[in-house]
Design a protein around this ligand. Structure first.
Ligand code: PMP
Length: 378
């Protein structure tokens, strides 16, 4: 029986066409895109074609696309880049308590450097406290950072509303971490001045990603060198990776309606099935993407259940994969207002939208098996 992989928010299997693009460009366009001979020019044209393609999906100018190694680098560049650039007048930076560590840890670092940081609250339904946002915005705020979709619970934050408030009440720019939104939500619903995402969450390759930066945003580069990527990210351009990102994005956006419908069906089926297990509490409320379903167990430890499922060929997450090797609980769930025990025993199922209802049935069977055989938490 094949394994069940319900961990697509951690990473996805690359599409064959993405691997083909990577392999082809690696060989046919191996030259350095900065070399000014014919082969270099050809590699440069490939790079610029990929940039144009990505820009067109977001209705941006190609100069507004900066290739990065992924969302972590993009978030670091955007947050430090804007904060340092605006430090003479804007030493307050705002974000939410639900952000990924690649945002939160940069804020903490800047706090140590003397910036004032503000972390916004949200509730169990995934609703951001917009009143709080309105109250903290003033002429000293240079940056607001809000994720579009939370990686642990699937909460969808309304970036359009946030954007309108930020622009009405301050001079600040809005960074949207869209790592879990691209390939899951309609990109035209996102509002932002800067946006980050990673290739490997959408059927692309690890080490690929982009930061989108509108022309109106000024940024200090964080990696200095030969001036590639318009000076914002020096280093020899990984043309095959950048081209593979364009392929991944194209395929992911094209298949979105079908995958979303599938994910919604599976999500509804699993919610119903999980609802019949008395110790389960569903944590993904109304404002969540169908691609992520988070629940907590009242009598079992999340990490023990995860391990037992893994032994049966079922792969799920507790907290986010990036931090789950550490002991503790999910701060995203805790900060929503749940008790520590719930935050410690949360399990996240995340889908690509190609899973079947049959997979869902087998998951529920094996989960019930596991819960009846492993020992309960004291
Ligand atoms: N932001 C969010 C919301 C994420 O889910 C992740 C990946 N877990 C990242 C940022 C970081 O992405 P990467 O590890 O690809 O740099």
């Amino acid at each position: 029986m094949p394994d069940i992989y319900f961990d697509c928010a951690s990473t996805t299997l690359p599409e064959q066409a993405v691997l083909d693009t990577f392999a082809r460009v690696s060989v046919e366009d191996f030259a350095n895109a900065s070399s000014t001979h014919a082969l270099g020019n050809k590699a440069y044209r490939m790079l610029e074609k990929a940039r144009e393609q990505i820009a067109s999906y977001f209705h941006l100018d190609p100069s507004e696309v900066i290739f990065t190694s992924g969302a972590t680098e993009g978030n670091n560049l955007a947050i430090k880049g804007v904060s340092y650039h605006c430090r003479s007048w804007g030493r307050t930076i705002v974000t939410t308590k639900a952000e990924h560590p690649s945002v939160l840890n940069v804020y903490h670092e800047l706090e140590r450097e003397g910036f004032r940081t503000i972390f916004l609250d949200y509730d169990k339904e995934g609703k951001l406290d917009l009143r709080q946002l309105e109250n903290v915005l003033d002429e000293h705020v240079s940056l607001v950072s809000v994720m579009a979709v939370n990686n642990e619970t699937g909460y969808v934050f309304d970036t359009r509303k946030v954007y309108d408030i930020v622009h009405e009440k301050s001079r600040a720019k809005l960074l949207v971490d869209a790592t879990q939104a691209i390939g899951k939500e309609d990109i035209d619903t996102l509002a932002y001045d800067l946006l980050t995402f990673s290739g490997h969450k959408i059927g692309g390759l690890k080490g690929s990603g982009a930061l989108l930066k509108r022309k109106s945003v000024q940024l200090d580069a964080q990696i200095l060198g030969g001036g590639q990527e318009n000076g914002y990210r020096s280093g020899t351009s990984p043309v095959p990776l950048d081209c593979s990102l364009a392929t991944a994005l194209r395929l992911s956006l094209r298949s979105l309606p079908e995958r979303r419908e599938n994910a919604s069906r599976l999500n509804a089926f699993l919610r119903e099935g999980l609802g019949t297990i008395d110790e389960v509490e569903i944590l993904s409320g109304k404002n969540t993407t169908p691609f992520i379903l988070s629940f907590a167990l009242n009598r079992h430890k999340g990490s023990v259940v995860q391990e037992a499922l893994s032994a049966k060929g079922i792969y799920v997450s507790t907290k986010s994969a990036c931090s789950s090797r550490e002991e503790g609980y999910s701060y995203v769930i805790r900060n929503a207002g749940y008790p520590e025990r719930t935050a410690r025993n949360a399990i996240r199922l995340s889908f690509c939208g190609r899973e079947s209802i049959e997979d869902g049935k087998r998951f529920l069977e094996r989960l019930k098996d596991v819960l009846s055989t492993i020992s309960t938490e004291e």
